[in-house]
Design a binder for this molecule. Structure first.
Ligand SMILES: *[C@@H]1O[C@H](CO)[C@@H](O)[C@H](O)[C@H]1NC(C)=O
Ligand SMILES: *[C@@H]1O[C@H](CO)[C@@H](O)[C@H](O)[C@H]1NC(C)=O
Ligand SMILES: *[C@@H]1O[C@H](CO)[C@@H](O)[C@H](O)[C@H]1NC(C)=O
Length: 356
């Protein structure tokens, strides 16, 4: 009966701590650049000019963001924004869609709502920038950097010190496997086979990132997508999490950590790490949270344009039917940055990754 995201007490404590931390982190960032790959959990406006339903550049998104509407799929900061602040970046990393030569001074955010590991993922909603495409975009940025810095040794050294985060895979389930009317994948593969083919593809993509110079790479596992209010509504589970989705994504997570170990073994000069979102957002004994999204949602799970969101946004986990509120993002980001349990991040949390 209960929803399975019992995080609230946690969030409040951590959100308070984080505000303090954000204030005291000042001066130079800990790493020269910060590159962000992923989906709507990190997108900061790359989809705005695409023809897709998966964009969030309308009210009430951004209601708590300093610059208002940007295309972020939440009320305020994304998990990528908060990790950036913890790393000491005083400005937000610009979206790839906006980068000019002068902009490449602290990093680029390639994230795109509805995008996936598989190229076709998210096409039910319209345009999106798949992970393969994000890597092509990164190759463009790397060559621009070479031109700007005019010293290949320097650029290569530079890229090794940067932090890269990759948050992909949710849409390969939500906007692919679990949409049998739009995609054939669930007829071709069992959940276990699907996890295998996704991980094989992801492995190639992470190797490409390595070949483009990345050496400090944090890869995010999948959360309890079956507990997203939009999925609960779609599957009519009467408030319960959709177990078929959670067990399928668990198969992906189970294979992701061994992939990270393989990559670390294959590339001795690289540091890949697994961020365990299941651990970070695990249900807590005795804590039962409302699964009610903060904004009124339309059938695809996003906020109804110009609707009035809830006033108690610091007490909610979900802003719309799929996306966490800023306060939930703070909890995710803070435990990715400084793990509270050895399960949260392995072998390193992001603060350690930055120092290595
Ligand atoms: C990106 O460019 C658009 C259009 O010029 C502008 O409205 C938006 O503020 C820019 N976003 C960022 C983060 O610079
Ligand atoms: C290129 O960068 C390397 C590493 O920072 C430095 O040692 C070297 O002097 C630079 N070369 C030139 C021509 O500036
Ligand atoms: C991730 O967290 C879950 C839930 O706490 C745990 O069962 C699993 O073993 C963790 N995975 C890794 C690789 O640490």
């Amino acid at each position: 009966m209960a929803s399975k995201l019992g995080l609230l007490f946690h969030f409040l404590v951590i959100a308070t701590l984080m505000q303090f931390e954000t204030v005291i982190v000042n001066g130079q960032p800990q790493v020269p650049f910060y590159f962000i790959f992923g989906d709507s959990l990190v997108d900061n406006g790359n989809n705005n000019r695409l023809s897709t339903a998966a964009k969030a550049n309308y009210h009430p998104y951004g209601i708590d963001f300093p610059q208002g509407l940007t295309g972020r799929f939440t009320n305020g900061l994304t998990v990528a924004d908060i990790i950036g602040q913890l790393l000491g970046f005083s400005d937000f990393i610009p979206p790839y869609a906006n980068t000019t030569n002068q902009d490449i001074t602290r990093g680029v955010n390639y994230g795109s709502g509805a995008a996936g590991i598989r190229d076709e993922t998210g096409s039910n909603l319209g345009g999106r920038i798949s992970l393969n495409r994000q890597l092509v975009n990164h190759a463009t940025i790397v060559s621009r950097l070479l031109l700007l810095q005019r010293n290949i040794t320097f650029t290569n050294e530079y890229k090794k010190k940067c932090i890269y985060i990759v948050n992909m895979g949710s849409n390969d389930y939500i906007n692919n496997y679990f949409m049998p009317n739009d995609y054939p994948t669930s007829r071709i593969y069992t959940p276990d086979q699907y996890a295998v083919v996704l991980i094989q593809k992801y492995s190639l993509q992470l190797r490409t990132l390595y070949r483009l110079g990345a050496r400090k790479i944090a890869v995010f596992g999948l959360g309890f997508i079956g507990c997203a209010p939009a999925e609960i509504a779609m599957f009519g589970t009467n408030g319960d999490c959709v177990e078929s989705i959670n067990s399928a994504t668990q198969l992906f997570n189970d294979r992701l950590k061994p992939l990270i170990d393989d990559l670390n073994n294959a590339f001795s000069d690289a540091r890949f790490t697994f961020i365990n979102i299941s651990s970070i957002s695990a249900p807590q004994e005795g804590v039962v949270l409302s699964n009610v999204p903060c904004c009124p949602i339309r059938s695809d799970g996003q906020c109804i344009p110009n609707s009035i969101p809830c006033p108690d946004r610091n007490l909610r986990v979900w802003y719309d039917g799929f996306h966490p509120t800023e306060v939930a993002n703070r909890a995710l980001a803070s435990r990715s940055y400084i793990a509270l349990s050895p399960m949260d991040a392995s072998p390193y949390d992001i603060s350690r990754l930055a120092q290595l």
